[in-house]
Design a protein around this ligand. Structure first.
Ligand SMILES: [Zn+2]
Length: 506
């Protein structure tokens, strides 16, 4: 039996959102647990669809697990210095108190940018390594969207990534991390490790593993076989502005030669498919016109994905472009979910079910061109925003997104939340009396996760480009830190370096 410290700290930073993610945000209960410490980690995370739940379920009976802390800030603006230092300070402090430990397991995302560190996880792992010393294995599980850096690879001994997007295998990823941990416990730290970066960024819309080429790439992943601790593919999160942004292949192995051979082979498979990482997207008006036409005869809903306002990519979830297109086209039987506007939810609760309220809905967070939608809505249904999620991506969570309301205007209804909630689960709709499969049109603020729960009930899926803080096209990002020479999308233009970049030394 080994003594293993466990913990987690997630953030997926969209550096192009004009705000900050602070400590209070991590501490709050939203569509995921609040920041929890010690035994509360076990209480809150057991049975959820997070990777740490899979790790705990496999390792609990066999080893002495010492929970440090766990928190997830989801996706959003840059993490404040205060939040990072308080959370990492607690995690590292608790680890120091827990010493000696035989190993450490961390459930991380791998795309965290803070006010001080463009490689948040690399800095966290540096500090963890400083506490445990040079001989103790450190295994991490990572989100498929991790932007892996050399520092992260050097300080860790296993890196296991989700193999799905939509992420329906987080628990399995934690179990793979447990499998990797067992070999680390018996053989010690591996001497081989290799990181390879693809020469191009892949937009999130081109990363879905339900289809090729991403499907074939993730199938090449390995854990604890063929001389490897792991061979992992991580598609990257393009809106994180850091030197090492972009798709990665990581191998940890018992020899350096094996790590390099495996990583090179997987990278070749990715590069060979460069032209095929793509998704068709249309304007809101075009998408709505198509949805209305199809929905006239369809027996199942037509899904419109409002990809650029996806809170899972750092969107504010209050953009109104697609809503306006639906109303102006006089769509019938359409439901928008989920639009985050705490003031609107409050006004609806004050007025009560059946009342009419004249409000300016959403559109207050930008970006430029996004404005509130002013109208008189009927308050069709109210909810307290507390319910349990049950889908493949995020099931088993106690959700608390604050007061909710279903607001209706003609043939269009909007499910309003008080905290951001990606449309990756049907439970939020049912909470306000909407059965998703019975609608004509579902407009969902999501980029890919909706596909797990909504594509199976959909007649057709149409991805639209309404304005939002997640830009689907990475060539539009004002990168400042990205390394020069990377193509900004598959077959796209090469990034020549940040504006006014200091001249490089020879
Ligand atoms: Zn992800």
């Amino acid at each position: 039996m080994a003594r293993i410290a466990i913990g987690g700290f997630h953030h997926e930073t969209n550096c192009f959102v004009d705000s900050r993610t602070d400590f209070a945000y991590f501490a709050s209960h939203r569509d995921r647990p609040p920041l929890v410490y010690g035994d509360d980690v076990v209480q809150w995370l057991t049975g959820t669809t997070f990777a740490i739940a899979g790790f705990m379920s496999d390792m609990n009976a066999r080893h002495d697990l010492v929970p440090l802390l766990w928190t997830s800030g989801g996706a959003g603006a840059m993490v404040t210095r205060d939040a990072f230092e308080r959370i990492v300070g607690s995690l590292v402090g608790r680890l120091s108190e827990a010493m000696p430990v035989d190993a450490v397991y961390l459930d991380l995302h791998g795309a965290m940018v803070t006010e001080d560190f463009e490689d948040g996880e690399g800095e966290l792992l540096r500090r963890v390594r400083a506490v445990v010393g040079p001989h103790t294995p450190v295994a991490v599980s990572l989100d498929y969207h991790s932007n892996v850096t050399p520092q992260m690879v050097d300080f860790s001994d296993a890196m296991i990534a989700y193999r799905t997007y939509p992420h329906v295998d987080r628990v399995e990823t934690g179990q793979f991390a447990a499998k990797a941990m067992e070999v680390l416990l018996s053989r010690g730290r591996p001497s081989g490790r290799a990181l390879r970066k693809a020469p191009f960024l892949i937009p999130l819309n081109g990363q879905c593993t339900l289809v090729e080429p991403s499907k074939g790439v993730v199938e090449l992943s390995r854990v604890a076989e063929e001389g490897l601790v792991n061979l992992s593919y991580l598609a990257g999160f393009p809106p994180s502005d850091l030197h090492w942004c972009g798709p990665s292949v990581v191998a940890h192995a018992w020899t350096q030669a094996d790590a390099e051979r495996a990583a090179d082979e997987m990278l070749r498979a990715i590069v060979a498919e460069e032209a095929n990482f793509a998704e068709v997207m249309v304007s809101p008006d075009e998408g709505v016109a198509r949805a209305i036409e199809v929905s006239r005869t369809a027996k199942r809903p037509v899904v419109l994905a409002d990809t650029q306002d996806n809170p899972g990519c750092g969107g504010t979830a209050d953009a109104t472009g697609l809503l306006k297109a639906l109303v102006s086209a006089d769509a019938q039987g359409a439901v928008v979910g989920f639009l985050c506007d705490a003031e609107a939810a409050k006004a609806a609760h004050a007025a009560g079910e059946g009342a009419k309220i004249q409000i300016a809905l959403g559109g207050r967070s930008g970006p430029a061109g996004v404005t509130p939608f002013e109208a008189t809505f009927t308050v069709t249904k109210l909810g307290d925003g507390k319910f349990n999620s049950d889908g493949a991506v995020s099931g088993g969570r106690k959700i608390d997104v604050g007061p909710m309301a279903l607001l209706t205007l003609g043939g269009v209804s909007v499910v309003v939340t008080s905290k951001r909630l990606q449309a990756y689960d049907q439970a939020g709709f049912r909470h306000v009396g909407i059965e998703p499969s019975k609608q004509k049109i579902l407009a969902l603020k999501s980029t890919c996760h909706y596909r797990a729960e909504f594509e199976p009930i959909a007649q057709e899926v149409i991805v639209v480009l309404a304005p939002g803080y997640y830009l689907a096209d990475p060539t539009l990002y004002p990168f400042k830190k990205l390394r020069a020479g990377v193509r900004l999308k598959p077959l796209g233009p090469t990034f020549s370096g940040p504006p006014n970049a200091p001249a490089r030394l020879p």
